[in-house]
Ligand binder design. Structure first.
Ligand code: NAD
Length: 249
């Protein structure tokens, strides 16, 4: 089935690189109007917008710290003002600040929880009312296998990603009768700038545990997001879809 998002409006947080960029690309390629946020990479955001527009897509780019509740509201309001509706919200923005518990600082904890988890609250809260009124919408939140399995050195990251799963299941139960689905994609090891920071040893150890024997491409994650946001997944909500080559089974 070809997924067609013509006339659909999509908002993706953290869209200028890695998984977020692949998601933005895939939605634009499927005909959607795509808005994306970025924290500070203005040049990359402008280049992405120009590239997508050259391919005929309608695009909006917003500089916005996903951890800011007020900024999330402003972004959603601007999308609604421009396009009149919000069909799909993808909460992708995320960071790591790894370290064993003993060395983890309060700042490391707050930065990761606010960027990865509070951001999901921020944007879902802003999208809640418009999607409820439309009586349709799809929210897809990007968690991680680490939120399911845990990982030494990532207590803050794992807590944020496990939090996303509990949040999403609760919201799915709140919004189900309004025709809004809320699902989670939990990627395993994806080849992006985020994992480029890992040591060769850590990367090899992780790959050794992946039955499919390769890291995910950002596009592998994007395909799962598009599916969950499409009418083909209309009867799926509160689900955690692992895109991890079999890592967490
Ligand atoms: P990345 O570092 O390449 O990209 C992250 C994006 O989030 C960037 O565009 C960055 O600018 C944006 N971002 C970070 N903080 C932000 C903020 N405060 N406000 C707005 N945007 C912000 O990482 P990625 O690998 O593409 O990761 C994307 C998502 O996928 C993250 O939520 C990450 O936790 C998750 N994930 C990644 C992997 C992996 O192996 N790479 C695995 C599982 C889950």
């Amino acid at each position: 089935m070809k997924l067609d998002f013509t006339d659909r409006t999509v908002l993706v947080t953290g869209g200028t690189r890695g998984i977020g960029r692949a998601i933005v690309d895939a939605f634009a390629g499927a005909g959607a109007r795509v808005a994306f946020t970025y924290r500070s990479a203005t040049a990359e955001a402008e280049a992405l917008r120009a590239d997508l527009e050259a391919r005929g897509a309608e695009v909006l780019a917003f500089q916005s710290d996903a951890a800011s509740t007020a900024s999330a509201q402003e972004v959603v309001d601007a999308v609604l003002a421009a396009w009149g509706r919000l069909d799909v919200l993808v909460n992708n923005a995320g960071i790591t600040r790894d370290g064993l518990m003993l060395r983890l600082t309060e700042e490391d904890w707050d930065a990761v929880i606010n960027t990865n988890l509070k951001s999901v609250f921020n944007f879902a809260r802003a999208a809640y009312r418009p999607m409820m009124k439309q009586r349709s919408g799809a929210i897809v939140n990007i968690s991680s296998v680490v939120g399911v399995m845990g990982n030494p050195g990532q207590t803050n990251y794992a807590a944020s990603k496990a939090g996303i799963i509990g949040f999403s299941k609760s919201l799915a139960k709140e919004l189900g009768r309004r025709g809004v689905t809320v699902n989670v994609v939990a990627p395993g090891y994806v080849a992006t700038d985020m994992t480029a920071e890992l040591s060769e040893q850590a990367r090899e150890a992780m790959l050794g545990a992946v039955p499919l024997g390769r890291p995910a491409r950002p596009e592998d994650v994007a395909h799962a997001v598009l599916f969950l946001a499409s009418p083909a997944a209309a009867y799926i909500t509160g689900h955690v879809l692992h895109v991890d080559g079999g890592l967490a089974m």
